[in-house]
Design a protein around this ligand. Structure first.
Ligand SMILES: NC(=O)c1ccc[n+]([C@@H]2O[C@H](COP(=O)([O-])OP(=O)(O)OC[C@H]3O[C@@H](n4cnc5c(N)ncnc54)[C@H](O)[C@@H]3O)[C@@H](O)[C@H]2O)c1
Length: 433
């Protein structure tokens, strides 16, 4: 008998005509997760998670530091746009975050992007050396008015170093974390006799500073101005504290420098108060060291070059006017501490050790040529009688004070001058003392 397979499945199957879907219960899709969350203290954990995430994202630094020499840093933009920031934000930013270039020691993993205007000059080139040694990416902006390419040539070829020939009187767009604004011919050399040069000094201080402050505002960079002890003019207070407003001749032969720097300070504070730009102001007192211009009229370079050339040391007036002399490595340390610190300033950065011009001439004689003669000349107009910084503020707030005494610093400068005066350019000037 042939087997007979009989399919009976169709008996239990529903025909499409008889299909009736379950009623839709939309509230179930809400109730289910709620029930799930309420079970076994999951709600507490969820709330805790939200709280932690909120705290984390409100304090998270948007940008830990520069990564590329030309890209914008969001930290800067956010730091600036939120100015004045909440105390909580300030606390966190000050303690843990790169806030406008301030990197707490130990947390810094990558270098900053820094522009140094006037970086091919005497002070600027030593500052560049320190920043490069720290691992930062440095852009030097200089028009070589008084600076020299040779001062920074040893960094050529380093991918972290760039050099732009540019006059800061013209606007410039760069994206950096910090701006050290040094561009300005510092010395009362012969260029102070030409009207074009006088105007250039003034324009550099005023228009140049405006341009760099505008840049700092735009990109949220921290800005440091290198001002000068000349803002005190011929001081009636001795030593000079930062709260002293000075005694400056507004129509003197060097007023373009003194008044230019005073205006630069004013602009810096205006941008700070009015636009929230993070600024720092250093008032630099006489500084000396390798790479100073040889013939720019500054007293230390004058004496050293004259002694080396076997010329008489020219002392202006009776030689009893006093100055204090700071070795360049001390200044660079002070500038960097100021930039990285929390205080706007102004800060006097100088060596309080006070010397008369005659005493300085003696130290030069002892160091270079005991037989060097001294020649007296009539004093120059507006030459201050006394200059000595009170550095209490820098000591207290920056933990800074100069370390190199004149008798130790001068020989370090002499070897560099000897090479340049006698045309031997083989060695590079050392900063360290
Ligand atoms: N050396 C000191 O004793 C001393 C004292 C007080 C203040 N300062 C200040 O420190 C800063 C550096 O001084 P320094 O002794 O190195 O002087 P410096 O003359 O050696 O250097 C100044 C640099 O700025 C450049 N520069 C000038 N005008 C410029 C412009 N318009 N655009 C671009 N670059 C320009 C110069 O070419 C030079 O490289 C200056 O602002 C100066 O006023 C120095």
């Amino acid at each position: 008998m042939a087997s007979e397979l009989i399919f009976r499945g169709h008996e239990s199957q529903q025909t499409p005509d008889t299909y009736s879907p379950k009623p839709n219960k939309p509230w179930l899709s809400i109730i289910r997760p709620v029930r799930y969350i309420l079970r076994e203290q999951r709600l507490i954990f969820t709330l805790l998670g939200i709280l932690i995430a909120t705290l984390f994202f409100s304090f998270l630094p948007t940008h830990p530091g520069p990564t590329h020499p030309s890209g914008p840093t969001t930290t800067h933009l956010s730091t600036t746009s939120s100015f004045p920031s909440s105390p909580q934000r300030d606390f966190f930013a000050d303690k843990f975050v790169n806030s406008g270039g301030k990197i707490p020691l130990g947390l810094k993993t990558k270098g900053l992007r820094i522009v140094v205007t006037g970086g091919a000059g005497f002070v600027g080139s030593h500052l560049v050396d320190r920043l490069m040694a720290r691992g930062d990416s440095v852009i030097v902006v200089d028009n070589f008015f008084t600076g020299r390419k040779e001062n920074v040539m040893h960094h050529f070829g380093n991918p972290r170093f760039e050099m732009i020939r540019h006059d800061v009187v013209e606007p410039l767009l760069l994206e950096v974390d910090q701006i050290y604004h040094l561009a300005c011919p510092a010395s009362p050399g012969s260029h102070y006799l030409l009207l074009e040069s006088l105007i250039l000094v003034y324009k550099t201080n005023v228009v140049g500073t405006l341009n760099m402050l505008g840049l700092a505002k735009r990109i949220g960079a921290r800005f440091l101005l290198t001002s000068t002890s000349e803002v005190y003019g011929d001081p009636l207070q001795h030593p000079q504290v930062e709260t002293y407003w000075g005694n400056v001749n507004p129509i003197g032969v060097r007023s373009c420098y003194d008044e230019g720097k005073r205006t630069a300070e004013t602009l810096t504070m205006d941008y700070h108060r009015g636009a929230g730009v993070e600024v720092r102001i250093a008032r630099i007192f006489n500084t000396y060291g390798p790479r100073m211009c040889i013939d720019d009229g500054r007293v230390v370079s004058n004496f050293v070059a004259q002694a080396l050339r076997k010329e008489p040391l020219t002392v202006y007036g009776d030689g009893k006017q006093t100055r204090s002399f700071q070795y360049v490595s001390d200044l660079v340390e002070g500038l960097m501490r100021l930039m990285e610190g929390e205080h706007v300033g102004p800060f006097n950065l100088g060596n309080p050790g006070e010397f008369t011009m005659l005493e300085l001439a003696q130290v030069v004689q002892e160091t270079i040529d005991p037989n060097a003669k001294i020649e007296f000349r009539p004093n120059t107009e507006d030459d201050p009688h006394k200059r000595k910084p009170d550095i209490t503020k820098a000591k207290d707030l920056l933990g800074w004070e100069p370390k190199v005494p004149l008798r130790k610093g001068l020989p370090l400068m002499v070897s560099d001058f000897r090479q340049r005066v006698f045309g031997d350019q083989k060695e590079d000037g050392a900063t360290t003392a």
